[in-house]
Design a protein. Structure first.
Length: 236
């Protein structure tokens, strides 16, 4: 059921886990567990739709400021996801890549991330980027630093809008076509600032744990109707 022109890169701000739990008088951590539980189906739906790149915002550079037990729960869920999904990812052709500064994570989680990335290198049906300890501002700064390391002593005038992307954590991937945010807020919250320059923005009140294949299909159908002008005149 590939659509004619599926987005080449969908990015999702998975927001609303806490409110989902609150509505049910449950601890926020239950909302996070429920939210982690919908990811597998979502990845599969993207494969079915012919979407080759999916980036999920799992933990922002600002999320460290939450209570430490909530941070621990999120780290634990991330670890479990990687552990539980390894076989599925391999059989379903999912290539995993973590975007973000993982050096702040516990050594076991860092190792699990490296193993998961190394074990899912086969030609993929889909690249799944998990943005963890990720911030769009961090990405831009680390890209400048990576460029400088690759070109010691070079003049910054050699950096251009066209060659800059290869130093970002999304190097080699297309820009974001469709940016989805669940949970009813209308903001970017330091997600893929550079890569989403011309993304179509889709906001829904649906809370992340309730975001299913049908909701994704709605967003993709909405996307198919957009007139993407990129600053030019309409060709319609
Ligand atoms: C998104 O859900 C998950 C993360 C930010 C890690 P929230 O935890 O932000 O849920 P709300 O916004 O409080 O409902
Ligand atoms: C954005 O959600 C980060 C993730 C989904 C990982 P937040 O809940 O942290 O964003 P704000 O604080 O409402 O902007
Ligand atoms: Mg939130």
């Amino acid at each position: 059921m590939h659509t004619t022109h599926p987005p080449q890169h969908i990015a999702i701000i998975m927001d609303g886990n806490g409110r989902w739990a609150k509505q049910r008088h449950l601890p926020r951590t239950v909302g996070h567990a429920k939210g982690a539980g919908v990811v597998h189906d979502l990845v599969r739906s993207c494969v079915d739709l012919g979407v080759p790149h999916l980036t999920l915002y799992a933990f922002s550079t600002e999320n460290w400021q939450r209570p430490s037990d909530e941070v621990s729960t999120l780290m634990g869920l991330f670890f479990q996801y990687l552990e539980k999904e390894m076989t599925n990812m391999r059989t379903e052709g999912v290539r995993l890549k973590v975007l973000g500064d993982i050096s702040r994570f516990a050594p076991e989680l860092q190792q699990r991330i490296r193993d998961a990335e190394a074990d899912t290198l086969n030609p993929p049906n889909i690249t799944l980027n998990v943005a963890a300890n990720y911030g769009g501002r961090w990405d831009i700064v680390q890209a400048v630093q990576a460029w400088q390391q690759a070109h010691p002593g070079a003049d910054a005038s050699e950096l251009t809008v066209d060659n800059f992307g290869q130093y970002l954590s999304t190097a080699g991937m297309p820009d974001v076509d469709l940016l989805i945010r669940t949970g009813g807020e209308y903001r970017i919250s330091n997600f893929l600032l550079w890569q989403a320059a011309y993304a179509e923005l889709y906001f829904t009140d649906t809370l992340w744990p309730d975001f299913d294949t049908q909701e994704l299909q709605k967003a993709v159908t909405w996307f198919a109707d957009r007139d993407r002008r990129f600053g030019k005149l309409s060709t319609r």
